[in-house]
Design a protein around this ligand. Structure first.
Ligand code: GAR
Length: 215
């Protein structure tokens, strides 16, 4: 099976990018990262990419006159690098229809809460402040609004009494670092089916066909 070419979009630390890199380097994910695109020039994730010899670029919103041009600049990087699957791994801006329509069912997003609860930029803090006993992680297909697309995988994370935001965040990130590479693995293996909002995971030897990610 050809290796899926990933475009990983980040805005900050890039610990999830690192989890993907580690999984690939361990030979546990049949993919390569063709490009890392950061919405911030000083994102630590760019350093992580460089440390592993991965091609990267910053595409910054304020360098473009509107959201459409910003998204077209991202699309150009994805296409120039022949990306098959777009992974939003801590990318904190809305990805536009320019990218979504070029990559139908091939843009996935990571969110640090159990959607549809606690969407937005502060999923961990919002869950903690609300007082839930259980929060978690969601990987979903991106659509044209924040955090609303069909859910691919979720896992729960317990909230402990007297948790600080940092303590809870640590547990959430640990779960993210497992769940996001797993979702990518299932997609590149063609084991994800989508019927409207319903997503199913196919067994390894299923006769059914999943989404095609590599072309
Ligand atoms: C992750 O927790 C991710 O779920 C979150 O940003 C963090 C990025 O961490 N994304 C969102 O909140 C999107 N709404 P990382 O840069 O260390 O991978």
């Amino acid at each position: 099976m050809p290796k899926a070419k990933l475009g990983v979009l980040i805005s900050g630390d890039g610990s999830n990018l690192q989890a993907i890199i580690d999984r690939i380097e361990a030979g546990r994910l049949n993919a390569e990262i063709s490009v890392v695109i950061s919405s911030k020039r000083d994102a630590y994730g760019l350093r992580r990419a460089a440390d592993h010899g991965i091609n990267s670029v910053a595409v910054v919103r304020k360098d473009h006159k509107n959201a459409e041009e910003f998204n077209l600049a991202i699309l150009k990087e994805l296409q120039d690098n022949q990306v098959d699957l777009v992974v939003l791994a801590g990318f904190m801006l809305l990805i536009g229809s320019e990218v979504l329509s070029a990559y139908p069912n091939r843009v996935i997003n990571l969110h640090p809460a159990l959607l549809p609860s606690f969407p937005g930029d502060n999923g961990i803090k919002d869950a903690l402040d609300y007082g839930v006993r259980i929060t978690g992680v969601t990987v979903h297909f991106a659509d044209k609004t924040f955090d609303t697309g069909p859910i691919i995988l979720q896992d729960f994370v317990p909230v402990h009494q007297n948790d600080s935001e940092e303590e809870l965040a640590k547990r959430v990130h640990k779960t993210e670092h497992e769940l996001l590479p797993r979702a990518i693995h299932l997609l590149v293996e063609g084991r994800i089916r989508r019927d409207g909002r319903k997503v199913s995971i196919l067994g390894r030897n299923s006769e059914q066909k999943g989404l095609k990610i590599t072309f």
